[in-house]
Design a protein around this ligand. Structure first.
Ligand SMILES: Cc1cc2nc3c(=O)[nH]c(=O)nc-3n(C[C@H](O)[C@H](O)[C@H](O)COP(=O)(O)OP(=O)(O)OC[C@H]3O[C@@H](n4cnc5c(N)ncnc54)[C@H](O)[C@@H]3O)c2cc1C
Length: 396
């Protein structure tokens, strides 16, 4: 079996060496946010699809490659180490599993192949101004009109809404009873009349998130997932996949940046020889290793047919986001004053603007600032701690 995994790793490496040209790697290196720029991300998604590898976590019957937990881990690790573009996972990781679990046969037949191929680029319309942690208070209204819902209201912090061609969203279909009981899960193309996307610039200067407005948007009833007013249960299921996922591999990339910065030529004496830095480096590396093993345990559970499970998904999210932040901060620390210049112009997709200072200074500061949001999105870490306490302490 060990031989099988060695040859699988060699196969993945050979594929990555073949497909990731130096130009592609250089473009991918400019990614400070959650995913690669649109064109690069779509190109990578299609390249993986042509290889049959675009959805490592999907069951074989829906087009997944049928990998076991070890193979998935090897694939993820090799992609991160090779500097492959990071896919935006709104489709494959979130709405895909929801459709498999709650979609009609017609929905599965239409959407899943398009998710797999990368033709559909999905964004997530859950949060609203005033409804983030308290998501059940959402107010975007969907009123039934024959075989359509008419939607008015809007969403905020919608990542990549400006690039997506589909949105999945939670809307209010009833105000009777508990707020959770009146929510419905809908799907809409982003080019439907009545949708406007307005950009929000983050503190790292990137345009990653948006505000989305719905003005008499009409969504056919056939684009409803599950029953009317069943949306809360579906959203909870989806959020377990959002909070699961992989944090250790990207953190390792920041750790390597920290090492490269601490050992860079011309730094005299090199920071790498400093015992205080080395201690922080070792602590971060240990935290990443521990996170990686926790992720493997969760993947093993998934491979056995489960979902990540409420409490475990929250544990992964809290620790994973903290570990990513810790590693990104270490890279900034290691750069010292070289972390100060504003590299936004050089980070723009397709930019030919040179890096200010050493090459290694391109990304860490932007990455560090971008990752401040990691303990907020996907449900803030305070909320995750509440969930962990409720689910684990109460059962004792
Ligand atoms: C970069 C980024 C990308 C995002 N992408 C998306 C996306 O694509 N789609 C989407 O739908 N949403 C997205 N979000 C929204 C995200 O899910 C919310 O920001 C998050 O759930 C927090 O909600 P809020 O911003 O309304 O803050 P609030 O809920 O107002 O919280 C403010 C503070 O109070 C704390 N708090 C609130 N309630 C409690 C409580 N009961 N106990 C303890 N502490 C509490 C919170 O932890 C937080 O620190 C994104 C957010 C960011 C920053």
């Amino acid at each position: 079996m060990a031989d099988h995994y060695e040859s699988f790793r060699a196969e993945v490496r050979a594929f990555l060496a073949r497909t990731l040209t130096p130009e592609i790697r250089a473009r991918a290196r400019r990614q400070a946010g959650v995913a690669a720029e649109r064109d690069l991300g779509i190109w990578w998604h299609r390249t993986l699809h042509a290889q049959g590898w675009s959805a490592p976590a999907w069951p074989r019957e829906y087009g997944g490659p049928g990998w076991d937990v070890v193979e998935r881990h090897i694939f993820e690790e090799e992609c991160a180490l090779a500097g492959a573009p990071q896919l935006f996972l709104g489709g494959l990781q979130l709405v895909g599993p929801v459709l498999m679990a709650f979609g009609t046969e017609a929905q599965k037949a239409f959407f899943l192949p398009r998710l797999l191929s990368g033709d559909h680029y999905w964004c997530q319309g859950f949060s609203e101004p005033g409804s983030g942690s308290d998501l059940a208070s959402l107010r975007t209204a969907a009123v039934r009109d024959g075989d359509h819902y008419v939607i008015n209201g809007g969403k905020i912090w919608t990542t990549h809404a400006h690039w997506a061609n589909w949105i999945f969203m939670l809307v209010r279909t009833s105000t009777a009873g508990r707020p959770q009981a009146g929510i419905t899960f809908l799907l809409s193309p982003m080019d439907a009349p009545g949708i406007t996307v307005s950009p929000i610039r983050s503190m790292s200067g990137e345009h990653e998130v948006n505000q989305v407005f719905f003005d008499n948007l009409r969504v056919p009833v056939e684009n409803r997932v599950g029953d009317e007013n069943q949306g809360w249960a579906i959203a909870k299921y989806l959020l377990e996949f959002e909070r699961g996922g992989s944090y250790a591999a990207p953190a390792r990339v920041s750790l390597e940046e920290a090492r490269a910065a601490a050992t860079r030529a011309g730094d005299d004496p090199p920071l790498w020889g400093d015992p205080f830095f080395r201690r922080r480096y070792a602590e971060t590396e240990i935290a990443i290793l521990a996170q990686g093993w926790t992720e493997k345990r969760v993947i093993a559970g998934l491979a056995a047919g489960g979902n990540p499970g409420d409490a475990m998904a929250s544990v992964l999210k809290v620790r994973g986001s903290e570990v990513q932040q810790q590693a990104a901060e270490l890279a900034v620390l290691a750069l010292g004053e070289a972390a100060i210049p504003d590299q936004r112009a050089a980070l723009e997709p397709g930019s030919e603007v040179p890096v200010i200072g050493p090459d290694i200074a391109l990304r860490p500061s932007a990455r560090h600032m971008n990752l401040r949001a990691a303990s907020i999105f996907g449900g803030s870490n305070e909320i995750q701690r509440n969930i962990i306490a409720r689910l684990t302490l109460n059962s004792r």
